[in-house]
Design a protein around this ligand. Structure first.
Ligand code: NAD
Length: 495
């Protein structure tokens, strides 16, 4: 780890104190765009004390499977601010995604990606687009809890928590308010995933009530995504669970003009990471052609985050003035424009520090108004939890649902729980199944007691013991719980 200061850290009276920031130059085009970014920040008067760490290819090659060395965490924990250039992720098994590791380890729950068009200076089909995607960054299918349970079937757990929803949704509304935006759109698939995405939507509606000054709307993610791709100018701030946000933020950045233009902030309670959304573009490395704008705009978000909004404003407006002057890198050069290299582009921004754009709208980051806040989820009393029964998942190769039902009923003879239903991949196949339904070797058998809430954990253990003795191969169970009388499980008829 090397340490270099852009500005002295000593803070005698009246001298602004430099803020410690961890910086990684990354792989591919990373070192070039980081060099350009740091030069612009320094010229703009950013008060930063830079600590450099190594990440990426060379670190993977030294045997660190997540691409980061143990001692680098000390810097990240100390500075809590990370400006990160892209890295090249090695192909093949055994390597972990550095981004996912950092996000989860540091609890960076919000990924914020502004996707803005700069027409007519950057060609785009959507000249009015100005969308900010706020993506939940820790939960959903990205928990990485996957299992192969039978010969034919694998599963991935989708985990959505109420505190996780509250934090990201409140963050999105706070963001909208702080940045003078008027609408927050929530995208989920709660017509199908009524409990998980349904929770996200419900929390969205609850939190929206605290922000009467901001319009709140919800769209099912499929039609919402289609509208975003078609008429992005109809959107303002979008808040969405992890997977949809991952996909949609790339779509939004691409249709805004170029993935080379968008920066991204990953915000947590204890730390924050700022980067470009693009990768390390290995074919462009070392050629002085890469666009440093994505990383520079990530750095602008960092400056706001660390309380230097006046520097952020100076950099951002000089960058807009540079685009307006027709100075661009090759990736965004339109017909008839002669592009410049990475270094010359940074020099052009430095030359324009103090200028504001004339055609494009200048940015304003008023002091104290825009710094990120980290909302905390409201404490709630635990609800009364009772149990109606259990779903038992079975590995069973014989494809005859009636025969399986007969075997289960025989095995459960005398147990407190009775077989109610069998489904295969969520489709009911017993009782009254259709012979046309395709069945795999993975079955869900629902057992319930005759009275709601009357099931005891020992009833489940007794049932499993009986199934085991009958040679039935259960691969997992899910309790059928009620919370204050409300069922906490889907009805399981399939959709
Ligand atoms: P990429 O983003 O590197 O490149 C996609 C396309 O965009 C390429 O045509 C590239 O030339 C162009 N491009 C990207 N950034 C540019 C810039 N600043 N200026 C001009 N053109 C630019 O995506 P990829 O090719 O799929 O991935 C390359 C490597 O980057 C892979 O190893 C991937 O795993 C990694 N990656 C890292 C991150 C990260 O560190 N955050 C993110 C995405 C991909």
């Amino acid at each position: 780890m090397t340490v270099s200061g852009l500005v002295a850290t000593e803070g005698s009276a009246g001298v602004p104190v430099a803020v410690p920031v961890t910086v990684a130059r990354g792989d591919g085009i990373g070192p070039e765009i980081m060099e350009a970014t740091l030069r612009v920040l320094e010229a703009a008067g950013a008060r930063l004390a830079v600590e450099e760490i190594q990440i990426g290819e060379s670190v993977y090659a030294r045997g660190h499977s997540a691409g980061i060395e143990p001692q680098a965490w000390e810097s990240l924990r100390r500075t809590r601010v990370f400006l990160k250039a892209p890295i090249t992720t090695p192909q093949g098994g055994g390597f972990k995604s550095l981004n996912v590791t950092i996000r989860k380890s540091l609890g960076l729950f919000a990924n914020v990606r502004p996707c803005v068009t700069y027409a007519p200076f950057v060609p785009t089909r959507h000249p009015e687009m100005d969308v900010v995607i706020v993506r939940e960054n820790e939960e959903d299918l990205y928990a990485g809890i996957e299992h192969r349970q039978t010969d034919e079937v694998t599963q991935c757990l989708k985990l959505i928590s109420r505190p996780g929803c509250e934090r990201i949704v409140r963050y999105a509304f706070d963001y909208a308010r702080r940045h003078g935006r008027s609408k927050v759109t929530c995208l989920t698939k709660d017509n199908i995933m009524k409990l998980t995405d349904g929770l996200f939507h419900r929390v969205f509606d609850e939190v929206a009530a605290d922000y009467p000054d901001i319009t709140a709307e919800h769209w099912i993610v499929d039609i919402g995504a289609a509208r975003l791709a078609d008429t992005p100018e109809d959107f303002d701030v979008i808040v969405t669970p992890n997977l949809y946000g991952d996909v949609l933020s790339d779509v939004a950045a691409q249709i805004a003009g170029s993935v080379g233009l968008a920066g991204s902030a990953n915000i947590g309670e204890h730390a924050a990471m700022f980067e470009a959304i693009h990768g390390s573009a290995p074919p462009l490395a070392g050629r002085d052609v890469a666009n440093p704008s994505g990383l520079l705009l990530g750095a602008v978000m960092m400056l706001v985050h660390i309380g230097q909004p006046e520097v952020a404003e100076r950099v951002h407006n000089a960058w807009l003035a540079t685009l307006e002057a027709g100075v661009v890198t090759p990736d965004v050069a339109g017909p008839g424009t002669s592009p410049v290299g990475t270094r010359a582009f940074a020099d052009a921004i430095i030359d324009r520090l103090g200028q504001r754009p004339v055609t494009l709208t200048p940015v304003a980051y008023p002091a104290g108004q825009q710094q990120s806040t980290v909302p905390t989820a409201a404490a709630r009393p635990a609800q009364r939890k009772t149990m109606d029964g259990v779903d038992v998942f079975l590995d069973h190769r014989d494809r005859d649902p009636d025969a399986l039902a007969a075997a289960l009923v025989r095995a459960a003879e005398g147990a407190a729980l009775r077989l109610q239903m069998i489904t295969n991949r969520g489709v009911k196949v017993w009782p009254d199944g259709l012979p046309e339904t395709f069945c795999t070797d993975h079955w869900r058998a629902r057992f319930q007691s005759s009275r709601s809430g009357a099931t005891d954990r020992r009833d489940v253990v007794d049932l499993l013991d009986r199934l085991d003795r009958a040679g039935l191969d259960f691969v997992k169970t899910e309790g059928l719980y009620r919370f204050d009388g409300e069922p906490g499980y889907s009805l399981g008829q399939g959709q």
